[in-house]
Design a protein. Structure first.
Length: 348
């Protein structure tokens, strides 16, 4: 790698928390509920991906994955990104409840993109209350998924629900890590934030699953206690618990990043993630709120970095993230090598 912020190293740097989306164009299977599609934030998300609704209608939703791959390929700091599917809410029969599902990004859509682009890794998403959850897990594993992503507050299930124990046991048997949202959720129009309490991850940890707490529970309080405190307590008890620092350069969270990095309990357990496309939205991610700490020239230099992955790496490193943190995801995901090839072109 050629970035001045991250000197050359044989170990890959992987963004383990990168989102995709689509409008259903090109038979992608992606869906956006009209409630969110009408919301101003959806237009901002598309612009952050570098696409418009017209672009997607003309070229297909796979253009989003092309743009992500191009951005990672252009990065001097990041080798690959885990692109996350997003399963929906299910009804009492274990089938998709489209009225309650705000965003749907199918596993096959992401797996196909990862097969085209060496810069992308497939992150599956399966609501464990689905009637065919175990079958979907087997398919995701066969297609090369490197983890399974949950967003319980949006998918509307309790991670501590005993009905999902068979799913957790199979995850542990397959050695697939579970990346699950912790802390309050702000990207959707509604959320069941009680399901984002780190304490609800105990069943998965007891079953031996490698659990990665997205955003390190850096926002929200549960039973009057900060989410980060509850996460730290779990980390003392379970060595298979990790946390990612995605979204922690957003202006509403950047003040919490130093506390996360300084946590004794999370030492050696933190992983790099961006929460792309949010990090591409300059009003939301900026070094200027912490300029007094960084110094004007350092903040200005970071603000001028054009690539969002490089900018996020530089800002997190300036705030104290060490080299090992950026390289740790490859170890946790059991990835031994990385490829640096030109991005493929989506077949339209």
């Amino acid at each position: 790698m050629n970035s001045p912020d991250l000197p050359p190293s044989p170990n890959p740097v992987i963004d383990m928390h990168c989102h995709a989306a689509g409008i259903g164009a090109g038979a992608s299977g992606c869906r956006v509920h009209p409630r969110l599609a009408r919301n101003l934030r959806f237009g901002f998300y598309l612009r952050a991906f570098g696409v418009s609704r017209r672009d997607l209608a003309d070229c297909g939703d796979c253009l989003v994955l092309d743009r992500i791959a191009e951005g990672v390929a252009a990065s001097g700091s990041v080798n690959q990104a885990v692109v996350l599917a997003l399963d929906g809410v299910v009804d009492s029969r274990g089938r998709t409840d489209f009225d309650r599902t705000e965003v749907l990004v199918p596993d096959d859509f992401v797996a196909d993109g990862a097969a085209r682009h060496p810069q992308l890794l497939f992150g599956a998403s399966i609501n464990p209350l689905r009637a065919d959850a175990l079958e979907r897990l087997a398919r995701a594993h066969s297609r090369g998924a490197v983890l399974v992503k949950w967003l319980p507050a949006i998918q509307e299930f309790d991670p501590a629900d005993r009905r999902i124990l068979p799913f957790l046991r199979r995850l542990a048997e397959l050695g697939l890590p579970l990346l699950t949202h912790t802390g309050t959720e702000h990207s959707f129009t509604r959320a069941r934030d009680e399901f984002s309490d780190p304490e609800r991850l105990r069943p998965a940890l007891r079953e031996g699953v490698t659990v990665i707490a997205a955003h390190a529970a850096s926002s929200g309080r549960y039973a009057g206690e900060p989410g980060l405190s509850r996460l730290a307590r779990l980390a003392r008890e379970f060595p298979t618990l990790y946390a990612d620092i995605s979204a922690l350069t957003l202006v509403n969270r950047i003040g919490r990043l130093p506390s996360v990095l300084a946590s004794r309990e999370l030492e050696g357990r933190l992983l790099f993630g961006t929460d792309y496309p949010l990090v591409a939205m300059r009003p939301l991610v900026s070094p200027w709120p912490v300029a007094p700490r960084l110094g004007f020239r350092a903040a200005q230099a970071i603000a001028r970095i054009p690539n969002p992955w490089d900018r996020d790496v530089a800002l997190k490193q300036a705030l104290g993230a060490d080299r090992a943190l950026f390289e740790r995801a490859a170890q946790v995901l059991r990835l031994t090598q990385t490829l640096r090839l030109r991005p493929a072109v989506c077949v339209r």
